[in-house]
Design a protein around this ligand. Structure first.
Ligand SMILES: [Zn+2]
Length: 747
């Protein structure tokens, strides 16, 4: 696998907050856009054949591109169309007012729905709206209520009162009717199998379900302009998700993949949620044009939704031939697919569900299902994309098996992997392919033993031990690019990855090849390093440190974001350094400008000339101490103390940077216990970071090296009375500690 270098685009501006966002692949602001701007002329057609999120297309269209988007999931398409129409807060408000003025059992809908979430404040006995009810999994009623009383100021969570229990009893009495209604619209669309319908309904507390069904009944019974109806459906979709029990208590961000109720969850106040729900739908200031194939958006940019089965190849090639493809790859998500059936039925009725039936028969949403379903989406593109057209994809929250599924699907669709970049801390792969003609893709020679060379190459490139996660990705990538693939990826052997895992483990356990190190500081706790010395690239963390120092020396001031961008475009593959390492290097060498805190400049003492002076001062201090202790000095750096018989007492290695690993080869084996590494105190955190992430280096230090900060050495030298015994004690008095990051460090 020879791949070219592709730059990693760091997601500097965060994520787009979207309706249903917790089920969709994360939408990183600006990442696709930056790739497009650097690679594709603005008047080009693009294609998003997965349509796995609404935002990728909207962002591209806003920037002036025209993009074909597959109509895949009806909910995602709906979100895309509503957001693109750029509705305003007021539009939602007035549509909601019309609905809320309707009558139910002699009262207004607004009053009826509000009452569902009233409780009596235990402080002042007034009626207040609860924020929510807390449940324990498996119980048939909540055990706490949360409110914030506007009358007396009492707030927090409290046990349920009789008032709350009476309300629950009224809900219980409605239960059968509500459930029947909730099922009606869906079950009629599904002949026979209920595939998870009861399971999905089981995710709803009675009150939430009653609220939703009442809302739906009223919406159905009202004759509204289509535009207003659509906005109310949008709000309804938001609260369909807020109303289920997949919300942890205490609150924490979660991205559900399966329908599993948290041990403790919060039943949210849907009345209050309804007031807030428009926020995520009103993220555009001006509309983006969305058409349906064969109608095309204007040349100034827009989105054209197409249906895979109903798009004619010839017509597409002449009308809107895409010059590049974007893909925000999703994870297999059973929760979202099940809710897609449920919510589509609730929103649009039986017909919408019938359409989904076949897509959802499979209940095993694994890597193989992912490969098969991606293949279906990517297949038509093979005929539409010109040869050599570029493809840019993101796999967020990857797993080695899902990455395998994604890569095989791309390969089966004549996409040749050009390169990839992975940043573990951001849980993101960025990948580039080029579209090849079908023929050349099939002529590849299939190899069998690809794990060992792949691991070897990865260690060579990193120059440091590799972690389990890295091993798994490297091996799955190598396998995906070399495996002989069936025409239909659903025919891939179900046990293929398990069988290959055994082979991977065999390679890792081959003690002639690799040594295993335990390392509690890395995920999964193990690292691997070659048994026999081989040639490596300069260790990654040292390379990054040098790059950053170099940038600081060349630039008067630089922000963390700028630095991150430059570093990310300098490194590649699995060697994208973490933002943590970048920050630690920066804090080690630089400080913020006094008047512009977001900009950093090199610290005065780290200017090359000052650092050299500091080293020579350290040499002098060591000489001075030697005289006091009655030793002879030899050399400067390394510098040794010797007694009268010429026996080495200590050997000092002085560094001004944080690069200590080359010294391991310089130090004589029998002198390691006497070797001392002296470094500026401002490198402490950097050195510790490196040791924590490199079990091989830590093992070398553990042979007996001692670490000494220049600052501490000066302190020792200032003591009036110093003896060799005291020296020994003092040496260990200022250990490396994993301090929290600091803005300013004193040398
Ligand atoms: Zn009160």
């Amino acid at each position: 696998m020879e791949m070219s270098v592709i730059a990693y685009i760091p997601p500097g501006s965060g994520y787009a907050a979207l309706p249903l966002g917790r089920y969709l692949p994360p939408c990183l602001l600006g990442v696709f856009l930056r790739w497009l701007k650097e690679n594709i002329p603005q008047d080009s057609w693009l294609i998003d054949p997965l349509g796995a999120d609404p935002f990728t297309a909207i962002e591209a269209a806003k920037a002036g591109y025209r993009i074909l988007v597959a109509r895949s999931n009806p909910l995602i398409r709906f979100v895309l169309e509503v957001i693109a129409s750029a509705p305003k807060e007021n539009d939602f408000r007035s549509a909601l007012n019309v609905l809320m003025r309707t009558k139910i059992s002699g009262e207004t809908l607004i009053k009826h729905l509000q009452q569902l979430y009233e409780t009596r404040c235990s402080g002042c006995n007034q009626l207040v709206q609860v924020n929510g009810f807390i449940w324990e999994k498996g119980h048939d009623q909540p055990h706490r209520r949360i409110y914030n009383c506007p009358q007396c100021g009492q707030k927090g969570d409290f046990p349920l009162s009789q008032f709350d229990l009476d309300l629950l009893a009224r809900m219980e009495a409605q239960k059968n009717k509500t459930h029947a209604r909730a099922k009606q619209r869906i079950a009629l669309g599904l002949e026979g199998g209920g595939f998870g319908l009861d399971e999905a309904l089981g995710c709803y507390p009675d009150r939430s379900l009653y609220f939703l069904m009442t809302f739906i009944n009223k919406l159905e019974g009202l004759s509204l302009p289509p535009e207003q109806k659509r906005l109310l459906q949008a709000l309804l979709l938001s609260i369909m998700d807020i109303g289920n029990n997949l919300w942890h208590w205490p609150e924490k961000p979660s991205r559900p993949l399966i329908l599993t109720t948290p041990t403790e969850f919060i039943e949210q106040n849907l009345w209050l949620a309804l007031q807030e729900a428009s926020r995520l739908w009103t993220i555009l200031n001006s509309p983006v044009i969305v058409t349906r194939w064969p109608e095309l958006p204007p040349q100034t940019g827009g989105i054209c939704l197409y249906q895979r089965s109903k798009t004619d190849v010839q017509e597409l090639i002449t009308q809107a031939r895409p010059q590049a493809m974007l893909a925000n790859f999703p994870r297999p998500n059973q929760a979202f697919l099940t809710f897609t059936v449920l919510w589509s039925g609730w929103l649009w009725g039986v017909q919408a569900v019938q359409h989904l039936h076949t897509a959802l028969e499979n209940r095993r949403y694994d890597w193989r299902w992912l490969a098969g379903s991606l293949q279906l989406s990517l297949k038509p593109v093979d005929a539409w994309l010109p040869v050599n057209a570029p493809v840019f994809g993101i796999v967020s929250e990857p797993t080695p098996s899902n990455l395998f599924g994604t890569l095989t699907a791309a390969r089966r669709s004549s996409l040749q992997l050009k390169g990839l970049a992975f940043r573990p801390a951001e849980h993101m792969f960025q990948l580039e392919w080029v579209h090849q003609s079908e023929k050349s893709a099939m002529n590849e020679i299939i190899k069998t033993d690809f794990y060992r060379p792949a691991i070897e190459r990865a260690i060579y490139q990193k120059g440091e031990p590799i972690n389990y996660e890295e091993v798994m990705y490297i091996c799955r990538i190598a396998h995906a690019l070399d495996e002989e693939l069936p025409q239909n990826l659903l025919e891939l052997d179900e046990d293929l990855l398990d069988k290959q895992l055994i082979q991977i483990k065999n390679v890792l356990q081959d003690s002639n090849f690799l040594i295993t190190y335990k390392n509690p500081h890395v995920p999964q706790g193990n690292q691997w390093w070659p048994t026999k010395p081989i040639n490596f690239e300069i260790p990654l963390s040292n390379r990054v440190e040098n790059s950053i120092l170099d940038l600081l020396q060349k630039n008067k001031a630089i922000s963390v974001n700028q630095l991150d961008q430059v570093i990310c475009s300098t490194y590649s593959g699995l060697c994208i350094p973490s933002l943590e390492l970048i920050r630690i290097c920066l804090e080690s060498y630089a400080e913020p400008l006094a008047d512009q805190k977001e900009l950093w400049h090199i610290r005065m003492e780290d200017e090359t000339i000052n650092r050299a002076e500091e080293i020579s001062k350290t040499v002098n201090t060591l000489k001075f101490l030697a005289v006091k202790l009655g030793y002879r000095v030899e050399g400067e750096n390394p510098l040794t103390w010797q007694d009268k018989e010429g026996k080495v007492i200590q050997k000092f290695f002085i560094i001004g940077n944080g690069i200590f690993s080359p010294l391991f080869n310089q130090a004589e084996k029998d002198l390691i216990l006497k070797s001392i590494l002296i470094f500026p105190a401002s490198r402490s955190r950097l050195i510790l970071y490196k040791l924590r992430n490199n079990a091989f280096w830590q093992s070398q230090i553990d042979l007996g090296w001692r670490l000494l900060k220049m600052r501490h050495l000066r302190k020792i030298a200032q003591q009036v009375e110093i003896t060799s015994a005291l020296w020994e004690v003092q040496l260990n008095a200022d250990p490396l500690l994993w301090d929290p990051p600091v803005q300013l460090q004193i040398l």
